[in-house]
Design a protein around this ligand. Structure first.
Ligand code: BEZ
Ligand code: FE
Length: 278
C-alpha cells in the first residue's frame, strides 16, 4: 500500500482494483490508466488544459441525443473507429475490406427489386451500381442482402432532412439470386461534411482540419454463414480521398465510376464484394 505520488501514480491507481475484478476489465482499465497517465506526464498537462478537456467532454456529451452521437464522431475523427474496425476485421487476401459504419444507416430499409432506382428526389447524376457477391473461391453467394445508402446531390442523408427529402431517399435492400448479382440505380454520390456544428467540428477547426468525407456509397452486405461486411465504395478522383475526416478510405474500395454516353443513366459503377465464411 502506498500513497499517490507523481512517480507511483499508475501503480497506486491500478493497485486499488479488487481481487475479484473481471480479468478482461482489469486488463483494459490497467492499460487505460497506464497510457492516460503517460500522456499527461508526456505533455505536462496544465490545470487550464485539464479544465478545457473536462469542458470539451461535457459539451460532447451534451451534444448527444437520439439523432446525434457526438462521441462516435469524436472517435471517428481521432481515427479510433477505424482502428477498432481494422483490429476486429482482419481478413484474408481477396476479401473485401471493411470501413467505418457511420451514423446514417437505418434498419429495415425497403427491400427493392433488382435494378430499382433508390433516388427518390430526382436530384443528382444517375448511376448504375452493379456487381456480384462472391465467396473467397469466386463462387456467387445467393440470398445475400446488399443494404445500401448514400447522401443526395445536396450532400445530405434523408434522415438529416426529414420533411425535405422523401423517406427512404437513396436507401434500399437488394437480395441476390443464384448468380450472386446485385444491381440498382442511384446517384453518383457527392462529398459532404460530417456534422460539424458541435465540439468535434470546433476541434477540427482548431487543428486545421476540414470536416469533409470523399463521395461514397455505403454497403452492409450480409449472408447466412458469412461474416458481415460493412463497407463503402469511393468515387475515384474525389478531392477528399486522401484527407477523409474519418480516415475511412482504403485503396481497394476506390471504385470505377465510368461515364455512360447516351441514355438517362450517366454513370456506371461496377464492384464485386467478396465475403469471408464464419
Ligand atoms: C458517413 O459516412 O456517413 C459518416 C461516417 C462517419 C461520421 C460521419 C458520417
Ligand atoms: Fe456517408
Amino acid at each position: 500500500m502506498s500513497y499517490f505520488t507523481e512517480a507511483s501514480s499508475v501503480e497506486t491507481v491500478n493497485g486499488r482494483m479488487g481481487a475479484d475484478t473481471d480479468p478482461r476489465l482489469k486488463q483494459v482499465m490497467s492499460s487505460l490508466v497506464q497510457h492516460l497517465h503517460a500522456f499527461i506526464k508526456d505533455v505536462g498537462l496544465t490545470q487550464e488544459e485539464w479544465e478545457y478537456g473536462i469542458g470539451f467532454l461535457t459539451r460532447t456529451g451534451q451534444m448527444c441525443s437520439g439523432e446525434r452521437q457526438e462521441f462516435i464522431l469524436l472517435s471517428d475523427t481521432l481515427g479510433v473507429s477505424m482502428l477498432v474496425d481494422a483490429i476486429n476485421n482482419r481478413r484474408p487476401a481477396g476479401a473485401t475490406e471493411n470501413t467505418v459504419f457511420g451514423p446514417f444507416h437505418v434498419d429495415d430499409a425497403p427491400i427493392r427489386a433488382m435494378g430499382d432506382n433508390i433516388s427518390l428526389d430526382g436530384k443528382g447524376e444517375s448511376c448504375l451500381f452493379e456487381g456480384r457477391v462472391l465467396d473467397l473461391d469466386g463462387k456467387p453467394i445467393a440470398g445475400a442482402t446488399v443494404d445500401v445508402w448514400s447522401d443526395n446531390a445536396d450532400g445530405f442523408y434523408d434522415v438529416q432532412q426529414p420533411g425535405i427529402q422523401p423517406k427512404w431517399n437513396n436507401r434500399g435492400r437488394f437480395i441476390t439470386g443464384a448468380d450472386g448479382t446485385y444491381a440498382f440505380r442511384g446517384i453518383k454520390p457527392v462529398s459532404y461534411p460530417i456534422p460539424d456544428d458541435g465540439p468535434v467540428g470546433q476541434m477540427l477547426g482548431h487543428l486545421g482540419r476540414h470536416p469533409y468525407r470523399p463521395a461514397h456509397m455505403h454497403y452492409l452486405v450480409t449472408a447466412p454463414g458469412y461474416q458481415k461486411l460493412v463497407t463503402h465504395t469511393f468515387v475515384g478522383g474525389d478531392t477528399y480521398l486522401t484527407s477523409d475526416a474519418v480516415f475511412g478510405v482504403k485503396n481497394t474500395l476506390v471504385a470505377p465510376f465510368d461515364r455512360v454516353e447516351g441514355g438517362q443513366t450517366l454513370w456506371h459503377s461496377p464492384f464485386d464484394f467478396t465475403l469471408v465464411p464464419l
